[in-house]
Structure formats: structure tokens, C-alpha cells
Design a protein around this ligand. Structure first.
Ligand code: SAM
Length: 162
């Protein structure tokens, strides 16, 4: 019955019960991130992710950390309101990036949703910080990270010693 209804009236709600691939990254890219965790596992320092969006990749990587007993803090920075207009201008005009990319698409987000998603999934090592990375002082994190993924524009960053 549910099948016939969703076939006749397809809506985005179908996604709630039909399997779908929810990552922005390909399996190979996710595998690469996992291999980075393995290669840096003996290093001290937290894992740092700049541009964590809604947290899909975090769930994947934290499942992996649970599975192999890798215990480190995982710090996530995001504006939680998409790319800034200044960064979009720089990426599109100066770096000739595709203006059709979903620059504003990440705006439908909220730090509370992200934190709740982590909590609901039993992920307790993740700490989120709402900030524009270009204004953020990394020294505030304390220890130098053991691994860092950066999914944002850092055009305006001043060089800063850790
Ligand atoms: C491509 S998405 C990251 C995808 C994500 N890593 C995942 O797991 O699917 C880029 C993210 O960077 C964030 N972002 C863009 N510019 C930023 C900035 N200047 N400072 C902090 N976060 C930023 C956006 O809000 C968005 O959530």
C-alpha cells in the first residue's frame, strides 16, 4: 500500500523510508578520509573539520572511530548558514568556480540541529563551533590537530602561528 501511494504521489517524504545515498562524497573519497584517520591515529591532537554542514561525513567517520577504538576529540567549525557572500564572490569571480554550485544550499542548517544529530546518533566526541573560519583563531583549539579536513574557502585568512 505504502509503495503504491508513494509511486502515485512521489514526494520528498519518500526519502524518509526509501534507501538513499546521503553523502556528498563518493565511496572512494570517504575511504580516503578513513585512511587519513588510520595514518594519523598515533598522532596526538584532535581531528578538525572546517565546514561540517549537517554532519553526514561525521557520522561515517565516527562510526569508524568507534569500530576501531580510536578516541580523539573531533572539532567541527561551520557558519551553519552556508558560504559567506564574500567567499562566494572570491570563489566564483577570482577562482572561476561554478556559480551554479549550491553555495547557498548549506544555509538551511542550524548548529542545534547538528548537535542534536550527533547526540541522537550517540556521537559524543564531536564539538561544534559556529564561526566564519576566516575570522577564527585556531590557537583557541589548543593542540595542533592530528588531521584536518577543510571544505571551505580560506581566501581571507591571515597566516597565524599555532
Ligand atoms: C561542501 S559543505 C561540507 C560538506 C560536509 N563536510 C559533509 O560532510 O558533507 C561546506 C560547508 O562549509 C561551510 N562554510 C562555508 N564557508 C564557511 C566559512 N567561511 N566558515 C565556516 N564554515 C563555512 C558551509 O556552511 C557548509 O556547511
Amino acid at each position: 500500500m505504502l509503495y503504491h501511494l508513494t509511486y502515485m504521489f512521489p514526494t520528498p517524504l519518500n526519502r524518509t523510508w526509501m534507501p538513499h545515498y546521503s553523502y556528498m562524497f563518493t565511496p572512494a573519497q570517504l575511504a580516503f578520509l578513513v585512511s587519513c584517520l588510520a595514518q594519523t591515529s598515533s598522532l596526538p591532537g584532535p581531528i578538525l573539520e572546517v565546514g561540517c554542514a549537517r554532519g553526514h561525513t561525521k557520522l561515517h567517520l565516527n562510526q569508524h572511530m568507534d569500530a576501531c577504538g580510536l578516541e580523539k576529540p573531533y572539532i567541527c567549525l561551520d557558519t551553519f548558514s552556508a558560504f559567506t557572500e564574500r567567499d562566494i564572490r572570491y570563489e566564483v569571480h577570482d577562482r572561476k568556480k561554478d556559480p551554479r554550485f549550491t553555495w547557498h544550499g548549506f544555509g538551511n542548517n542550524d548548529q542545534r540541529w547538528f548537535d542534536r544529530a550527533m547526540e541522537r546518533n550517540g556521537v559524543h566526541r564531536v564539538r561544534s563551533i559556529q564561526t566564519d573560519v576566516n575570522e577564527f583563531y585556531f590557537s583557541g583549539i589548543g593542540t595542533f590537530p592530528s588531521a584536518c579536513w577543510m571544505w571551505t574557502c580560506i581566501s581571507r585568512r591571515k597566516v597565524e602561528s599555532w
